[in-house]
Design a protein around this ligand. Structure first.
Ligand SMILES: CC(C)(COP(=O)(O)OP(=O)(O)OC[C@H]1O[C@@H](n2cnc3c(N)ncnc32)[C@H](O)[C@@H]1OP(=O)(O)O)[C@@H](O)C(=O)NCCC(=O)NCCS
Length: 141
C-alpha cells in the first residue's frame, strides 16, 4: 500500500465495516516500522482489496483485511491473507492472531481453511451492532 492508495482503501473500508478506520489511520500505519500494509490490484492497477498486519516480538496480528464488495468470492481475500502469512513467517513470527465478528461466517471460513483455531472470545468487543469477537490464532513456525 502506498499513500496514494489510501483514498481507495478508505472507500472499501467504509462499505465493509460499520466501525471503519479513518484514512489517517492507514496513513500513519504506512509510516510505522512494526506494521505492513498490502493492496491487491487488478491488471489495470485498480484497487481490489487490502490487508494490514502488525507485530510485537514474535507475535503478529492481522489487523484488517477487506475486498471491494463487487470483487468478493474470487479468491482475492484468500490471496491477500496468504501473502500476509508468508510475510509474517519471513519476519520470524511464531504465531498470528486476529479477531473476527462471531457472525462473520465468510471470513471465519477463510481463516479456518488456513488452520486458524479459536483460542478465545472477547465479549461485546464490537459495536454497531454489539457483538462478540472470536479470537483466532495460527502457528507460523
Ligand atoms: C472476508 C473477505 C476479505 C474475503 O474476501 P474474498 O475475496 O471474498 O475471499 P475469497 O474469494 O478469497 O474466499 C476466501 C475464503 O472465504 C470463503 N468464502 C468466500 N466467499 C464465501 C461465501 N460466499 N460463503 C462462504 N464462504 C465463502 C471460502 O472459504 C474461501 O475459501 P478459499 O480461500 O479456500 O477459497 C471479504 O468477504 C470482505 O471484504 N468482507 C468484509 C470485510 C471483512 O469481513 N473482513 C474480515 C474481518 S475479520
Amino acid at each position: 500500500m502506498r499513500e496514494q492508495d489510501v483514498r481507495y482503501v478508505e472507500e472499501i473500508e467504509r462499505v465493509s465495516f460499520t466501525m471503519a478506520w479513518a484514512g489517517r489511520t492507514f496513513q500513519s500505519l504506512l509510516r510505522r516500522m512494526d506494521a505492513e500494509c498490502w493492496v491487491a490490484e487488478d491488471d489495470q492497477g485498480r484497487l481490489l482489496g487490502y490487508a494490514v498486519a502488525w507485530w510485537a516480538l514474535d507475535q503478529a496480528e492481522l489487523a484488517n483485511i477487506a475486498v471491494r464488495a463487487d470483487a468478493r468470492g474470487r479468491g482475492i481475500g484468500g490471496q491477500l491473507l496468504d501473502r500476509v502469512l508468508e510475510s509474517m513467517k519471513a519476519r520470524g513470527m511464531r504465531e498470528i492472531f486476529l479477531e473476527v465478528r462471531r457472525s462473520n461466517n465468510v471470513a471465519a471460513a477463510m481463516y479456518r481453511r488456513r488452520d486458524f483455531v479459536e483460542v478465545g472470545i472477547r465479549k461485546n468487543y464490537y459495536d454497531l451492532p454489539r457483538e462478540d469477537a472470536l479470537v483466532l490464532r495460527k502457528q507460523l513456525n
